[in-house]
Design a protein around this ligand. Structure first.
Ligand code: AMP
Length: 397
């Protein structure tokens, strides 16, 4: 397999699949969070510094097979230029005649951005003919889009076939893979997984997989109430998945069999409605009165979780400890984020991956105080679950 670190880009056009699926302001269409663009710059610069040119391709949003301004990648141009420090070119149809003229005429040091790949339905269908057309933009192919690596789309997977000897991961994707491998396969101990979020049902596979690996499993967030109720606790009208009470008991049993220390919250901040202006109380998690719901973990749980986190050498965190989007119920998630940052400072390797825990560390301004924040939500979860991601497999083949 080729590596971006050693590949000779001199005089070559690198076709890079990036993930510029960034949020845009609804009115001005300006980029409101440029994390994903910033994350791709290292790979782009590596090609340019090596004497090559770059063709960038990405999707943005969920367009319906027709070009629409609110999904146009031209909205990203000024942000990309800001981080590269020079003007880039743009092609309005990724497989249009002008696009091919522009990519063919690229000189070393130049960058061309293609319009949204999903303006053609053939992208998501993984159409081979479409992938072949895209492949004509480059002499080599780099996949740096972890967020779509679990999809067998034309630009993320199929296109790799046309570069049998000239395909590689970008720096970002390399780091994502390395981070998960480090957490799951290095032998440092203790390894602690913190799993939170709304539902047990969406995390069963990952929890089951983690039970084979971890020393400690901390369970927080909405899903904790299913575990508490399954054990006979009173949880009022907290979020509970009645049809997964047995799943929760099974997870507890398997954890015990495998010697995994499973930690559930012992206290909770509960409210009389799902709202930031609700009445709030604090109490034992298995004694929530009827009509009230647990929306965050409380002091004692934070202390217990914190202690385990600070003793850990490897930490994986997926899912918030409470409804962190509401100010009154964010403390648990914030304190756990701070503990993970503190553990990182003490030398632990810490990976925050998958959806809302990423949003939480970003919101708290702690993203640069953990070892790695994954850019791929669904992709990260599937990769952790041990699923072979087509975008990764296509490069390794
Ligand atoms: P997930 O996408 O499964 O990781 O779930 C994330 C969502 O779970 C966030 O929007 C949180 O607000 C929500 N959540 C966390 N704790 C609770 C809770 N105790 N009750 C209801 N929702 C929660």
């Amino acid at each position: 397999m080729k590596s971006i670190s050693t590949y000779d880009f001199k005089g070559k056009r690198a076709l890079i699949r990036v993930d510029f699926n960034v949020p845009l302001n609804k009115e001005t269409l300006a980029v409101t969070d440029d994390t994903r663009i910033r994350a791709a710059i290292l790979t782009i610069k590596k090609v340019l510094e090596g004497g090559g040119s770059v063709v960038l391709m990405s999707h943005l949003g969920r367009p319906k097979n027709i070009p629409e301004d609110k999904f146009s990648l031209k909205n990203c141009i000024s942000t990309i230029e800001k981080y590269l420090g020079f003007p880039i070119q743009f092609a309005t149809d990724c497989i249009g005649e002008r696009a091919f003229e522009k990519s063919a005429a690229l000189k070393p040091g130049e960058v061309l951005l293609l319009e949204n790949l999903r303006f053609h339905q053939r992208e998501e269908k993984g159409d081979r003919g479409y992938a072949e057309l895209l492949s004509k933009h480059g002499d080599c192919y780099i996949n740096d889009a972890f967020g779509t690596a679990h999809r067998a789309h034309a630009s993320t997977t199929i296109v790799a076939e046309f570069f049998p000897n000239d395909k590689m991961f970008g720096y970002l994707l390399e780091k994502e893979i390395h981070s998960v491998d480090k957490v799951l396969n290095s032998h440092e101990k203790p390894l602690t997984a913190i799993v939170g979020g709304a539902k047990v049902s969406s995390k069963i596979t990952i929890i089951t997989k983690l039970l084979d690996k971890v020393d400690n499993l901390i369970i927080g967030g909405g899903m904790a109430y299913t575990f508490i109720k399954a054990q006979g606790g009173k949880v009022g009208k907290s979020l509970v998945e009645e049809d997964h009470l047995q799943t929760a008991l099974d997870i507890m049993r398997i954890a015990k069999e495998k010697g995994v220390n499973i930690l559930l919250p012992v206290d909770t901040i509960y409210a009389d409605e799902f709202s930031d202006s609700a009445n709030m109380k604090e109490g034992k998690i298995g004694e929530i009165p009827d009509g009230w719901m647990g929306l965050d973990i409380a002091k004692e749980s934070i202390e217990i979780f914190r202690k385990v986190i600070l003793e850990s050498k490897l930490i994986l965190w997926n899912g918030p400890m409470g409804v962190f989007e509401m100010k009154n119920f964010q403390k648990g998630t914030l304190e756990i984020a701070k503990a993970v940052a503190e553990a990182t400072k003490k030398g632990a390797f810490t990976l925050v991956g998958g959806g809302d825990s990423v949003a939480a560390v970003n919101q708290f301004g702690l993203a640069d105080q953990v070892s790695h924040v994954s850019t791929g939500g669904g992709a990260m979860l599937e990769y952790l679950e041990g699923v072979e991601l087509p975008g990764i497999a296509a490069i390794l083949k």
